[in-house]
Design a protein around this ligand. Structure first.
Ligand SMILES: Nc1nc2c(ncn2[C@@H]2O[C@H](COP(=O)(O)OP(=O)(O)OP(=O)(O)O)[C@@H](O)[C@H]2O)c(=O)[nH]1
Ligand SMILES: [Zn+2]
Length: 226
């Protein structure tokens, strides 16, 4: 969708300026009005302004490309999962082999960005499901983690979004995800505690049962090395 006028004009026409539910990333209604190229252009200007405000010399060889590099990185890489078009297509198959136990995809590398400070979150996600007749290609679990991670996030919401998406794809509530991650906003600034990491979990369906949950946690044997 493309509209006439400035972005601010468009916000005004929309009245309410954002849509969100607690499980969804809070987005403005016009989040997808601008093309990626237009977003890069705007962010470039804004990063340039931040750097100038800090007193940096943007004629310097090493600095002059930074506003554009940051803008491209925001739109195409670290926040590339904001657009629903980027959601991975999850190929599913019939569970022909009648595999009835849980399947665990563990140690999925996770890079995300803390929405409070825009600093990195780095860690591991561990995902499990019990098939109700449908199975999903293994790599699709890694891709779903990566898609939702490529947004400004809080770890709790990221964890829930991964589980909800897999429940939809697989047609079952029996999905779980545990994330163990370091937040650079805690590790490298503020309290500067380099050792601490954050563990979150979301257990759906059968994973709420003690024995099933325990089996999953035994499989992942949480002892993340960073
Ligand atoms: N619950 C939750 N909190 C987070 C996450 N990432 C960062 N935070 C916290 O968000 C909080 C933001 O608090 P503020 O007090 O507004 O920020 P601040 O003044 O920079 O706080 P300090 O980090 O303590 O210096 C901090 O305590 C962060 O540690 C997350 O994924 N989940
Ligand atoms: Zn933070």
């Amino acid at each position: 969708m493309k509209t006439e006028g400035t972005l601010e004009d468009h916000f005004e026409q929309l009245g309410e300026d954002h849509i969100s539910s607690s499980e969804e990333t809070p987005l403005r209604k016009d989040a997808f009005v601008l093309s990626d190229e237009e977003k890069i252009q705007r962010i470039n200007t804004n990063v340039r302004d931040i750097m100038l405000t800090l007193g940096l010399d943007l004629d310097d060889d090493s600095l002059k490309g930074t506003p554009n590099r940051v803008a491209k990185m925001f739109v195409k890489e670290i926040f590339g999962g904001l657009h629903p078009d980027k959601k991975p297509k999850s190929s599913t198959f019939d569970n022909k082999y009648k595999y009835g136990e849980m399947l665990v995809e563990k140690n999925i590398t996770l890079y995300s960005t803390c929405e409070h400070h825009l600093l990195p979150i780095v860690g591991r996600a561990h995902v499990a499901y019990i098939s109700k007749g449908t199975v999903v290609g293994l790599s699709k679990m890694n891709r779903i983690v990566d898609y939702f991670a490529k947004r400004p996030q809080v770890q709790e919401r990221l964890n829930i979004q991964i589980v909800r998406e897999l429940q939809k794809v697989l047609g079952t509530d029996d999905v779980a995800c545990v994330i163990d991650a370091k937040h650079l906003c805690v590790n490298s600034r503020g309290i500067r505690d380099i050792e601490s990491s954050t563990v979150t979990a979301e257990y759906g369906g059968k994973f709420k049962e003690e024995a099933v949950r325990r089996e999953f946690l035994n499989f992942i044997n949480l002892d993340t090395t960073f």
